[in-house]
Write a protein that binds this ligand. Structure first.
Ligand code: ADP
Ligand code: MG
Length: 212
């Protein structure tokens, strides 16, 4: 699929709208187990991306993902900024000289998530955005091996992202600011897991229209 047919602008707008709609809820989560700035951090990144959306549609996916990663690196700040930048930069590397298809996307996303794990020194079950990203990466990889139809894949991705987000509620945090709270972090969903899930739901929602 050529990059020009992928609605990058629509992805950014949908992600921005989802974060905007849930801003209060996410801020409360980050006030409960972080420092309350997560929505502000993400919004800065999404605004920077929206501002350069036309330039993002370049000749190939590797270049586009690299631009997204660099833009996030310089705009977001906070732990989540360098982690999201790492995700996109590692995906850019994986897409070098590769076309966009389900298999390559699954592999690139998998490598991106692997890079986030290394960067954050975190694994599944540590109450972070990885509790959403890892199951989504696994779902993409399994689906690519089976060539699952796109509408079903999009539903599966949304479902595992929601389950992953919800799973953080009862976890203890062992990474990031929430780890300072010990038992007091229990009972609160991780803000980064929630925003990852919200953005994944928004992006798959845009793709629903192209899949139907
Ligand atoms: P900061 O914690 O620096 O204020 P943000 O508020 O923007 O940054 O992001 C917090 C989110 O980042 C957390 O909710 C968590 O999901 C994620 N996070 C923090 N540290 C790590 C880590 N080491 N690995 C993976 N994710 C992390
Ligand atoms: Mg914060």
């Amino acid at each position: 699929m050529p990059v020009s047919t992928i609605p990058i602008k629509a992805f950014i707008q949908a992600a921005e709208a989802a974060i905007h709609e849930h801003a209060e809820e996410v801020t409360e989560l980050d006030q409960a187990i972080g420092d309350g700035d997560h929505v502000i951090n993400l919004r800065r990144g999404l605004m920077a991306l929206a501002g350069s959306a036309n330039e993002l549609e370049s000749a190939d996916w590797s270049a586009t993902l690299q631009k997204i990663g660099m833009s996030l690196m310089s705009s977001v700040g906070g732990a989540s900024g360098s982690l999201y930048a790492t995700l996109f930069l590692a995906m850019s590397k994986a897409f070098k000289d590769r076309e966009m298809n389900q298999r390559n996307l699954a592999e690139a996303f998998g490598q991106g998530v692997e890079a986030v794990k290394q960067r954050g020194k975190a694994e599944l079950g540590e109450k972070t955005l990885l509790d959403v990203l890892i199951p989504v990466a696994d779902t993409l990889q399994t689906a690519a091996a089976q060539s699952r139809p796109l509408p079903q894949l999009l539903d599966d991705i949304r479902r595992v992202a929601e389950a992953g987000c919800e799973s953080t509620r009862e976890l203890l945090a062992t990474k990031g600011r929430a780890s300072f709270l010990g038992e007091r972090a229990r009972g609160h969903i991780d803000p980064g897991a929630r925003t990852s899930q919200l953005m994944i739901a928004a992006i798959t929602g845009v793709l629903d229209e192209t899949a139907s």
